[in-house]
Design a protein around this ligand. Structure first.
Ligand code: ARG
Length: 289
């Protein structure tokens, strides 16, 4: 594209001005976090975990949200549900409606009840799932459309349900690398205006099949593409408020790219939770009313 058709804010060498918007998040303190089974390649039950360290790292994330003026609601942790800290997986909420998770593995299935109760008590209009789905782990809201991952956890049936429940366009994406088993470890939403519009994402192309890659390239031509090295520390499991991006410390190339695009990276160390196969975004479910 010739330089004269670029918006001034997108001229090479200038950083676009970004505006943060206040967000509402649902989190769950990792009081009972450990790794005692293996349902993704990151988990090794033989490797020791430090729950107190996981709590401190999780607190640094919650404190960062609060310092930025975001609202954080807390779900009561349940003893024995060791993965409950990954609150993104419990549901998907847009327009005041919540589509409740139906977890793929029996170890996590009892978590759904806590999320269901929380959404009911907080006046969301609840839809019970008919299909296996892991909420915001596999679903993302961007520019008025819903991106939906499948391949490891959420099923095609859940994508069809999303379309009905939210009455929005759903772009179905197929994940093909077991290390990137949820959409939210393969793709980040950086800009999600609450209106229609293209939005902006970052992603790891080879985590998706050919058709999904083509669809992403067509619909999101201005995306940030991350390196394997960054993706391997779950850099894409990041959370953006439109300006500030909570991102895994050490994701150097992604952090540089974010800054170049006018975002303000906030590096955080959630290394203990990485042992469960999750990071910043997994610990965060965004609530949209
Ligand atoms: N151990 C959890 C699982 O395999 C990790 C979930 C991470 N969450 C996420 N949104 N990717 O289900």
């Amino acid at each position: 594209m010739p330089a004269d058709v670029l918006l001034e804010t997108e001229m090479p060498g200038t950083r676009p001005t970004r505006t943060p918007t206040p967000r509402h998040y649902l989190m769950c303190r990792p009081d009972h976090f450990t790794v005692e089974y293996r349902i993704n390649p990151w988990m090794d039950p033989d490797q020791p975990t430090d729950t107190a360290l996981a709590v401190r790292q999780w607190e640094s994330l919650r404190d960062a949200y609060l310092a930025l003026g975001h609202t954080v609601d807390l779900l009561e942790p349940v003893a024995g549900l060791v993965d409950m800290v990954f609150s993104a997986n419990g549901g998907f909420a847009v327009d005041g409606k919540a589509y409740i998770a139906s977890f793929a593995y029996p170890q996590r299935q009892p978590e759904a009840e806590s999320f269901r109760r929380w959404f009911a008590e907080n006046d969301f209009e609840i839809t019970e799932p008919e299909s296996v789905n892991e909420g915001e782990g596999d679903f993302a809201y961007v520019g008025g459309v819903i991106l939906a991952g499948r391949g490891y956890r959420s099923t095609a049936g859940s994508h069809a349900e999303l379309e009905k429940v939210f009455d929005r366009e759903v772009l179905s994406l197929t994940l093909v690398d077991p290390r990137f088993y949820h959409l939210d470890v393969a793709l980040t939403v950086l800009d999600s205006e609450r209106s229609a519009g293209p939005g902006r994402i970052a992603y790891l192309p080879h985590a998706f099949d050919d058709a999904s890659r083509a669809l992403l390239a067509e619909r999101f031509p201005d995306s940030i593409i991350v390196t394997d090295e960054d993706a391997e520390i779950l850099a894409l499991n990041s959370v953006s408020d439109g300006l500030n991006v909570m991102v895994a410390a050490g994701a150097d190339d992604y952090i540089r790219q974010l800054a170049e695009h006018g975002y303000r990276p906030v590096p955080l160390d959630l290394s203990e939770l990485l042992k469960g196969g999750g990071g910043i975004k997994c610990c965060t479910q965004e609530l949209r009313r």
